[in-house]
Design a protein around this ligand. Structure first.
Ligand SMILES: Nc1ncnc2c1ncn2[C@@H]1O[C@H](COP(=O)(O)OP(=O)(O)O)[C@@H](O)[C@H]1O
Ligand SMILES: O=C(O)[C@@H](O)C(=O)COP(=O)(O)O
Length: 435
């Protein structure tokens, strides 16, 4: 093979396997890895062996396991790791939310424990920092912007309210083995110091260690140190560090991703996130497009009626331009809905409703779709039977434009937005950016 051939082959050899615990997290990570220079493919679930997916240096398997029972999350993550390792991945990153979304019953601890055991690893470095979106970790405490996690809007998350910012404590409650801390002084001292501290913590019998990172510069030594271990757990900041470490070590080569082909056609926004960011984005969108607010309690009580109303609204408005349909509500309203129906039941019912709306709209010819909310995105993508995503240009930090591959309905441009991401003008930007 000549020099060019070798470089081409290296560009396509899988180096990094990623298991994302939700679908917006997966596109966020795929976006970060692509921007760092890796060739990336995202699949929806563990791909069928006969699925023709382009070869890539990083493969992100999107699962919907953030809020399922821990045992189910563990078995699905294990199957994904097995596939990734068989495909050649030398390191597996378990992608969790940058706001550490989880409950005391799981799933970050149980999945991290299981992946460590399967990989025969001594310890797993864990870091949810994503400084580009204001998530930083200092002395093991997670900040969202200038607030501790427990004082941020995440304290009111509908499925996993985050009321403790001390991640060593949070992860300890979820883990079988004790959890340690690699504090910022070691991170500033570089990859070797992080490695030594991780080895010392492993020697004390700790199965995982929260690693501090307060700025982008910290991600480079973090990535180098993490790459020396078979498994790590974290968010996009760690993904960036791993990608740069792979390129620096010659295990991946820097490439420029190509633009997505144009799709065109009608566009709709579906919002199931009740985050403060999404609520502000919907309020801003109301100035330039029709927005239908679904009454969550009425919709759960009579989903067929809610579906028919939403479809009638879409049929009437879509010929004049984009529109939005949202179940999103203020925390007090969400709390009342949950008190009446139970949080899990209400969440699944509303996700299911938005997924059915998406299915009908795509059947009508919808070709460009923005979904706000991680769980919601998972439900929509699974209902549309999308098999993989090609990653395009970044719309906002953590949110790329994507092109759905393998869906029975054909070409579909998609943006899957984490509830918390994007500025107030996100929906306008997304509609412009979707090819
Ligand atoms: N009005 C509402 N009342 C109760 N739950 C809701 C309401 N609207 C949406 N939900 C549920 O809240 C959850 C939001 O999670 P998700 O889609 O992951 O958003 P985020 O990205 O903000 O976490 C989903 O399960 C969704 O169905
Ligand atoms: O790391 C992050 O913050 C995101 O990638 C993410 O996981 C988003 O989850 P949702 O807020 O549930 O969309």
């Amino acid at each position: 093979m000549d020099g060019n051939g070798q470089a081409e082959a290296q560009k396509r050899a899988l180096a990094l396997g990623c298991i994302a615990d939700d679908h917006t997290g997966a596109t966020d990570l795929a976006n970060t890895l692509a921007r760092a220079g890796l060739s990336v493919v995202q699949t929806i679930g563990v791909p069928d062996p006969d699925l023709a997916i382009p070869a890539a240096e990083a493969l992100v398997v999107a699962l919907k396991i953030r809020s399922v029972p821990a045992q189910e999350a563990v078995s699905r993550a294990r199957a994904a790791r097995e596939m990734l390792v068989a495909a050649g991945a030398g390191h597996v990153l378990y992608k969790i939310c940058s706001t550490f979304d989880s409950t005391d019953a799981g799933n970050i601890g149980p999945v991290t424990d299981a992946l460590r055991a399967d990989a025969g690893a001594a310890i797993v470095p864990v870091c949810p920092a994503f400084p580009g979106t204001g998530r930083t970790v200092y002395q093991g405490h997670l900040f969202v912007g200038d607030r501790l996690l427990s004082e941020s809007p995440l304290k009111d998350h509908p499925l996993n309210p985050m009321r403790d910012a001390d991640l060593v404590r949070v992860l300890s409650r979820q883990s079988a083995a004790p959890v340690g801390l690699v504090a910022h002084a070691d991170v500033r001292a570089g990859a070797e110091a992080i490695g030594k501290r991780l080895a010392a913590l492993a020697g004390e019998g700790r199965g995982a260690a929260i690693v501090d990172a307060v700025c982008d510069d910290d991600l480079i030594p973090l990535g180098q140190a993490a790459l020396a271990h078979p498994v790590s757990t974290g968010a996009s900041g760690l993904g960036h560090g791993l990608a740069r470490a792979l390129i620096a070590s010659g295990r991946a080569s820097e490439s420029v991703s190509s633009a997505l082909p144009p799709v065109g056609g009608p566009a709709v926004i579906l919002a199931g996130s009740s985050s403060a960011a999404t609520r502000a984005q919907l309020a801003a969108a109301q100035a330039f497009m029709p927005v239908m607010r679904i009454d969550a309690a009425a919709a759960i009580a009579d989903p067929e009626r809610a579906l028919a109303d939403a479809l009638a609204f879409a049929r009437e408005k879509l010929p004049s331009g984009p529109l939005a349909i949202a179940t999103s509500a203020e925390p007090e309203v969400v709390a009342a809905v949950q008190a009446r129906f139970g949080a899990g039941f209400a969440g699944a019912a509303l996700e299911g409703l938005l997924a059915r709306i998406a299915e009908h709209l795509v059947a009508y010819g919808l070709r460009r779709l923005v979904v706000a909310g991680g769980e919601t995105s998972g439900a929509v993508v699974e209902a549309l039977q999308i098999k993989a995503l090609r990653i395009g240009a970044e719309i906002a930090p953590g949110v790329p434009a994507t092109l759905a591959l393998g869906a029975p309905a054909g070409a579909l441009a998609l943006a899957l937005k984490s509830g918390n991401f994007g500025g107030e003008d996100f929906f306008a930007r997304a509609l412009e950016a979707l090819p």
